[in-house]
Structure formats: C-alpha cells, structure tokens
Design a protein around this ligand. Structure first.
Ligand SMILES: NC(=O)c1ccc[n+]([C@@H]2O[C@H](COP(=O)([O-])OP(=O)(O)OC[C@H]3O[C@@H](n4cnc5c(N)ncnc54)[C@H](O)[C@@H]3O)[C@@H](O)[C@H]2O)c1
Length: 260
C-alpha cells in the first residue's frame, strides 16, 4: 500500500471530498486525523472507517481552520495520536457568494477569506513547522478550484482565495524544499458534494456538461489523485497545480456544428 506508515491530517474531512479521501488514505495504509468544524460528522466518518475493519486508523478532531491556535492544536493532536505528520490535506472550505456590488464586506469577503485563504496558510505554517522539526520530509496538498484560475459567477471572493491557495502552494514548495517538504495544489471542477448537490437537477446537468465526460466528478475520483500526491510515487510533483477537473478548462461547451 502506497501510504503505509504515513500519518495524515485531512481538513474538511467530514465533507464530500475530505470524507472520500479519509477512506482512500486508510485503505492505502495511512493513519488519519479527520479534522472538521463539524465534530459529530467527523466522528461519523471515523465510525465508517471502523465499520470497514480499520479500527484505530482514524481519529476525529474539531477544528476551525480560520483560527491559527486551533490549527496548531490540530497538528499537535495528530502528533499525539500517531507520532507525527507526513501529509496535510488543507481541504476545508466554504463556497458561495453574491454579485460584487451587493457585497457586505464582512459577510461576503472577510469571512470567506478567513476560512478559504487564511485557513490554508495556517495549515501550511503549522504542519510545515512540525514536518521540518521531524526532519523526515512531508507533503502539503491544498484544495484550490478551477475558480482560482478563472473569473466565474458569484465568485469574486472565492476566486481570490483559491488563487491565493495556488500562490501559497508555489511559495511553500520553494521555501520548504530544503526540508524535503513538497507542496501541491489541486483544482477540482464540478464535484458531486453538498456544494454542488444543493442546486437543481437542471443546473447540475449544466455543470456536468462543462466537463469532458459530461458528468459530475465523484469525490472518490479526487481522493484517488490526493492519495497519489501524498505518496512517494509522486515525488517529482512539487510546487504545481494538478488539475482534477475532467477537462473543464480546455473547452467552453460542445456545439453541434454543421461540417464546413
Ligand atoms: N464540490 C466542488 O465542486 C468543488 C470544486 C472546487 C473546489 N472545491 C473545494 O473542495 C473543498 C472541499 O469541498 P467539498 O466539495 O467536499 O465541500 P463540503 O461542503 O462537502 O465539505 C467541506 C467541509 O469543510 C468543513 N469546514 C467548513 N468550514 C470549516 C472551518 N472553518 N474549519 C474546518 N472545517 C470547515 C465543513 O464542515 C465540511 O465538512 C473546499 O475547499 C471547496 O472549496 C469543491
């Protein structure tokens, strides 16, 4: 198994992409701190892991990633539970937004920046310090979005935060290379999690049509990539963005054109 003897922190571990990644990591041999604002939901994921026959491999932990002291405590909790941190998946985030001119600055800008942007910075900083202290390298994986590369509907703040995540990823790779720590961002497109599932069937079909296979991405498909990125097999991937968006960025829409 590619993640045997690795310990990982997965933030947003109770949500769609995070939960799928917890299951994949445990199946691949890792020990996982399932960190989420929603402790009861994180505990349910741990219960699922145990019901799957992997007792003792996952621990639930309550964290608000927008609070640095809580993020430091989260890292310490992983050290206490499993003896160290080899991988952190900075994945917790919120989505949504309003048209720019209708923004309430606190609600529609600062709150999201604190979670989607500051939360990733805090995870990089706290886990990076721990990994450097351990002296055995490590991997930092950060969830950006296709919206971190594009302007999009109702996405002024979200796009800014997700663009910052890409910048953090590059700079962290540069700064932490001397400690053998890698840093990689992923950009999901349209993934079937509560963020997307809340919309009407019609809108979901439109989202699906934006991807090459004409379907929403399953969270397990993101987890497969995150498992590879956390493993030593991806050791030459560093400081870059791995697009996990099923071709979203390479076309606009399929048109039925007559031959010409
Ligand atoms: N679903 C998509 O299509 C999509 C596309 C691109 C990027 N993303 C990103 O993927 C990541 C995971 O999203 P998801 O689709 O699994 O959504 P989700 O809502 O299912 O999961 C998000 C999880 O983060 C947790 N969370 C929220 N605020 C938190 C905080 N302050 N501290 C700790 N945990 C917190 C939530 O409780 C939830 O469990 C997010 O960063 C999101 O922006 C999702």
């Amino acid at each position: 198994m590619t993640l045997t003897n690795k310990t990982a922190i997965i933030t947003g571990g109770a949500g769609g992409i995070g939960r799928a990644t917890v299951h994949r990591y445990v199946r691949d041999g890792a020990k996982v701190l399932v960190a989420d604002l929603d402790l009861a939901a994180a505990q349910s994921v741990v219960n699922e892991v145990e019901a799957d026959g992997h007792a003792g491999t996952a621990v639930a932990h309550a964290v608000d990633v927008s609070d640095f002291s809580q993020v430091e405590q989260m890292v310490q909790a992983a050290v206490d539970a499993f003896g160290g941190v080899d991988v952190i998946f900075n994945n917790a985030g919120i989505a949504g937004g309003k048209p720019l001119l209708e923004h309430d600055i606190e609600a529609d800008y600062h709150r999201m920046i604190r979670i989607d942007q500051d939360g990733v910075y805090y995870g990089i900083l706290a886990a990076g310090r721990q990994m450097a202290k351990q002296g055995r390298g490590g991997v930092i994986i950060n969830t950006s979005s296709v919206y971190g590369l594009d302007a999009a509907e109702l996405s002024f703040t979200y796009s800014a935060a997700k663009a910052a995540v890409i910048s953090f990823t590059r700079s962290a790779a540069y700064e932490l290379a001397e400690h053998g720590i890698r840093s990689v961002a992923i950009t999901p497109g349209r993934v079937a999690t509560p963020i997307i599932n809340q919309f009407s069937d019609e809108l979901k079909q439109t989202f699906a049509a934006e991807q090459m296979r004409g379907r929403l991405t399953d969270p397990d498909e993101i987890a497969d990539v995150v498992a590879f990125l956390g493993s030593d097999e991806s050791r030459v991937i560093n400081g870059t963005v791995v697009n996990v968006e099923d071709g979203y960025s390479v076309f606009k829409q399929r048109l039925e054109l007559p031959e010409f």
